[in-house]
Ligand binder design. Sequence first.
Ligand code: EPS
Length: 387
Amino acid sequence: MTIRLLTAGESHGKGLVVVLEGFPAQLRITSEDINVELARRQKGYGRGGRMLIEKDQVEILSGVRRGVTIGSPITLFVKNKDYENWEKIMTPDPTKESIGNPLQRPRPGHADLSGGLKYNQRDLRNILERASARETTMRVAAGAVAKKLLNHFGILIQSYVCELGPILAKSPLLFATNLNKRADLSPVRMLNKDSEKRAMKQIDLAKAKGDTLGGVFEVVMTGVPPGLGSHVQWDRKLDGKLAQALLSLQAVKGVEIGEGFKNARKFGSQVHDEIFYEKRKGYFHRTNRAGGIEGGMSNGEPIIVRVAKKPISTLRKPLRSVDIKTKEPIKAAYERSDTCALPAASVIGEAICAWVLADAFLEKMGGDFMDEITNRFKSYLSHIKKF
Ligand code: EPS
């Protein structure tokens, strides 16, 4: 691992922090670059009341001087505006005041029960506060920095929603550079107006029923040079790293690289992407069923990952659970949440992939400052051209 990332912070605590370690010097980055991505994460049809309270704005605490990285750890901070309403409950200081009723009705599907058992916490708030997807604010902030680096080398990371609950959306025929421009215009990040309408209706239906919805989004990475990741060891494989990182996103239950599951039902001759060569283009494939990764390495084609997110587990019409104090059957706890956070998840997915790709890119190219990395990148590209 060349670069490291650690997030901290509770959903209703004072704020959220991320420390990025190992990022090269000389990268141009401003709060505004990060805020644009944070705002994208806050959007989406089906979100709950919290997004009306927050307007996530980053404060850069270290690692950047006058809009340029200096090679030291980059620390980013985002304030939770809602803390004002939670201070009595969430304050780190011992206080005589009551901290409110302990939460003791674990939600099926959430971290509540497993976390309570593991950390011996009888107030399950001590688990849910950190398990909350509010944490993804900082992964998006980190992803914004990673995207800045990748963009410098012509690598673009975009996403769209392809399935929302039972609604299937059409995939784009071409992965144009304006994929995000189009998806960002849709309240559900779908590229097709008809599916968008149907998806929004489905969210309305879920909301009316006190229920929630998940779905599938796709992240598309273009301009990735061949040779990121490695075939030589299990933990250096790029597909493995992407899958691990994406599965660490709250509520994600499945990751597919390219046409992974479809391919499993076909003959090999119908699956593998044949190799061609043209003097101007170099080596290329006419199909991309592998999703841009072969042997754990990028192969120069767009990297495509599909990610399945389960419906949010906080239900207004709760499922059956057990009171951890009385051991009596009881309905699970409910507190404000989203009906559907899939469009936001797709933006977070971009950030997560950006981080993994930036790490793989820096591992391959090496270097501690941008000019050094640029020279190495150019030399690698000319090696590929001659190969
Ligand atoms: C989120 C903030 C949370 C939830 C959501 C994501 O805020 P609150 O709990 O105050 O409503 O909206 O978290 C969950 C869905 C979850 O299960 O924890 C955010 O900032 O994205």
